[in-house]
Design a protein around this ligand. Structure first.
Ligand code: PLP
Length: 430
């Protein structure tokens, strides 16, 4: 892989040291954070390029500054590929991150103060789905649905009931910590019953959707947001897809696609990150290849094996299993809290995150669960047998959580396993 960091080493040894240490960490860790992944060298090269120098306020062929003839090509490629990949009518590739994409999408279908029905945070939703500290909860009137207490699957009847009661302008489907398939058609039906827009935030599952391994939100939703850096395995950033037409404003000055563009720029951002947009274009191209489908199939297989193995060790799995890339565990079933479990696993270089579980009685700072995901380990080439090994390590650590000697021993075993699955082979920082 062609990366040379000599200049960085000379100019800024402190930052060079961070890059070196972080590369070593990524090489030696079992990365189970469900929202992380490992981008390809091609994505890294586009992102780490001189395209960062260009100011490109506006859109391809409609820019405020000159000299955009080349980044117009990369941004148009990103737009066209995103539309092709998800079969969408319109794509905006400029949002800097998932949170900005959500703000721009909200502003395209609502005014501040309007009501929106989204998934509750402890039940799997995201900070930008109406948390009181976030812009979403401060600008809009969020009403929340959750999962059923018994089966821990989205309670679609509750969604209908709340929709009929609150008459939201928008219904939002999508989550950060939900291990099951989402039935977007059922959400569409409810949106139709109450004359609401349907917005989908597919940040976590975009890669699975691109590979056609999860129900497709595109035919039924008005606007879709996603990060590009999770299962989709692109650079840190976001994407908004939409229909051309605004179903409730057919004769308006702007159609829905134009509203989305307007709400990204000039509505929310100035200059786009053209180096990141070029990297998004590369990632979308990679996502159209047959190997990407195989990769996503393996992500799901790995999640299932990891989940089943943990179940066999007596862990309580939220909703009893997984259909996607992530697993949510009620760690109180082992007499621990999420924070205890996260710290103990971290000591052995198994990286997870503490997470709220549905109907959690504990605080978000020390919740009852941990969340595990398989996108990053699968990108390294790990398969079912490695998942069984990882489950065995997790079980041993959790069963004897204060045993730091055991954690150190497993850390060495983790390092050995990781050697067989190199990250950015050929990049050597001394
Ligand atoms: C469902 C969902 N939406 C939005 C976001 C926000 O993305 P970002 O962190 O890029 O702002 C996330 C990130 O975790 C997410 O899971």
């Amino acid at each position: 892989m062609g990366f040379n960091f000599k200049e960085l080493q000379e100019v800024d040894p402190a930052i060079y040291e961070v890059l070196k240490n972080e590369l070593n960490r990524q090489r030696n860790v079992i990365e189970l954070i469900a929202s992380e992944n490992i981008v390809s060298p091609a994505v890294l090269q586009a992102m780490g390029s001189w395209l960062t120098n260009k100011y490109s306020e506006g859109y391809p062929n409609k820019r405020y500054y000159g000299g955009n003839e080349h980044v117009d090509v990369s941004e148009q490629l990103a737009i066209d590929r995103a539309k092709q990949l998800f079969n969408a009518e319109h794509a905006n590739v400029q949002a800097h991150a998932g949170s900005q994409a959500n703000l721009a999408a909200y502003m395209s279908v609502m005014k501040p103060g309007d009501t929106i029905l989204g998934m509750s945070l402890p039940h799997g939703g995201h900070l930008t789905h109406g948390h009181p500290v976030n812009f979403s909860g401060r600008l809009f009137n969020f009403v929340h649905y959750g999962v059923d207490k018994e089966n821990e699957v989205i309670d679609i009847e509750e969604v209908r009931k709340l929709a009929l009661e609150h008459k939201p302008k928008v219904i939002l489907a999508g989550a950060s910590a939900y291990p099951r398939k989402i039935d977007f058609e059922a959400f569409r039906q409810i949106a139709d019953e109450v004359n609401a827009y349907l917005m989908v935030d597919m940040a976590h599952i975009a890669g699975l959707i691109a590979a056609k391994l999860h129900p497709d939100p595109t035919p039924v939703s008005d606007v879709i947001t996603t990060t590009t850096h999770k299962t989709l395995r692109g650079p840190r950033g976001a994407l908004i897809l939409s229909k051309q037409e605004d179903r409730f404003d057919k004769d308006g000055k702007k159609n829905l696609a134009q509203k989305v563009d307007f709400n990204v720029f000039p509505g929310m951002q100035g200059g786009p990150l053209e180096h990141v947009i070029a990297a998004k274009a590369v990632a979308f191209k990679e996502a159209m290849q047959p190997e990407f489908v195989k990769y996503q199939e393996q992500v799901i297989k790995n999640a299932k094996v990891l989940c089943d193995s943990l179940k066999d060790y007596g862990f309580r799995i939220i909703s009893g299993g997984t259909d996607n890339h992530l697993i949510l565990i009620d760690i109180t079933s082992k007499g621990l809290t999420g924070k205890d479990a996260e710290t103990a696993l971290d000591n052995a270089m198994i990286c997870t995150n503490k997470n709220m579980i549905p109907f959690d009685q504990r605080s978000p700072f020390n919740p009852s669960g941990i969340r595990l995901g398989t996108p990053a380990v699968t990108s390294r080439g790990m398969k079912e047998s490695e998942m069984k090994q990882i489950a065995e390590w997790i079980n041993k650590i959790i069963a004897d959580v204060k045993n730091t000697e055991l954690q150190q021993k497993i850390k060495q075993e983790v390092e050995e396993l990781c050697k067989g699955f190199p990250v950015y082979k050929g990049v050597e920082l001394e």
